[in-house]
Write a protein that binds this ligand. Structure first.
Ligand SMILES: [Zn+2]
Length: 334
């Protein structure tokens, strides 16, 4: 009986040395350890062994059963690991991890900041939820002033509004500091507008303000022209047209020569050769009175520009809504 057990052990050893796949392991398990397997058969013969030796042989048989079971288990988990490794094909090219990028408006704002910081401007910030006083009154637009009709305002209460422009930052900065002032104030602004290709109920502006002794309209023209050259190229011409804003006097709208056709006339500039940018002017002395600046001693200029507008011109985008739809297919082009 002990010889039979030894033979079976040898046979088993030879069998598992040839195994290469998981189904083969299962076949061997059935051959040796199933209810009608070779080990069970040996157990069945136990009754033929004489009574004295039976417990000893029984113990050896039990050990054999445990040994075979453990060997098969090891074999199985070894093969399983190999199969898993094969599923992980190390020769495949790596997947590129998803990386974000700057929004086109942020990129343009970064460029705008760099250009103005290069000309000695400091960057200022102000609240988007603003009081009527800062948004209108201190900018020379008292209650019931007709100029308020130029801006479709989102009122929260009678005295609190979502700011309609970045100009309130002018007042906040002048209240807190004495001249000279040389700042830009970028930020989000709100209007009660129905969205279309060129309107959005919120958009982005950059406010510029310079106050010092002897500042004149020529300085304003110089700064705007320098900006146009740095942003769109040194052949960009700038023109100023008389206009009206309550907080500047004189006031102007300024245009750049069309950045697409360079003045020849195209669909974007409606064949005029010019594209409107924004408004500017000399700070109205009344505004200086609100912040206790001596309007006999100091003069200043202010200008605005739409960040969205500049980005649309720079990248050739014809619909402002694209900036805010968060469509990855659009955003990943920048
Ligand atoms: Zn054009």
């Amino acid at each position: 009986m002990l010889d039979r057990i030894r033979d079976l052990k040898e046979k088993f050893k030879a069998d598992i040395s040839r195994v290469k796949t998981l189904p083969e392991v299962e076949k061997i398990r059935i051959k040796y350890l199933s209810r009608k397997g070779e080990v069970a058969e040996l157990f069945a013969r136990l009754k033929d062994v004489n009574a004295t030796d039976r417990p000893k042989i029984g113990k050896v048989l039990n050990e054999l059963k445990t040994h075979l079971g453990r060997e098969l288990e090891n074999l199985q988990s070894g093969l399983q690991r190999k199969t898993d490794k094969k599923a992980l094909d190390l020769t495949l090219p790596g997947r590129r991890p998803f990386t974000g990028r700057k929004h086109p408006l942020t990129k343009i704002l970064d460029e705008i900041k760099t250009i103005f910081m290069g000309m000695g401007f400091r960057i200022e910030d102000g609240p988007e939820i603003e009081t009527d006083y800062y948004n209108f009154e201190a900018l020379n637009m008292p209650k019931n002033h007709p100029a308020r009709d130029m801006q479709d305002t989102l009122y929260i209460t009678e005295d609190i509004v979502l700011r309609t422009h970045t100009s309130p930052v002018q007042i906040r900065v002048m209240e807190q500091s004495k001249p000279p002032v040389r700042i830009i104030a970028p930020g989000r602004v709100y209007r009660r507008d129905t969205p279309d290709a060129s309107h959005s109920p919120f958009f982005h502006q950059v406010e510029g303000l310079v106050v010092d002794e002897g500042i004149n309209f020529g300085d304003l023209k110089g700064v705007i022209t320098a900006f146009a050259h740095k942003m769109f190229g040194s052949d960009i011409r700038v023109r100023f047209r008389p206009s009206f804003f309550p907080f500047t006097e004189p006031s102007a709208e300024y245009d750049f020569i069309c950045v697409f056709c360079r003045g020849k006339g195209c669909r974007v500039c409606k064949n005029t050769g010019w594209v409107e940018i924004s408004g500017a002017g000399m700070v109205d002395p009344n505004v200086f009175d609100y912040v206790n600046y001596d309007s006999e001693k100091y003069t200043g200029y202010a200008f605005g520009m739409g960040i969205d507008r500049i980005a649309m011109l720079k990248y050739g985008i014809h619909d402002i809504r694209l900036f805010f739809e968060n469509d990855i297919r659009f955003l990943e082009q920048f």
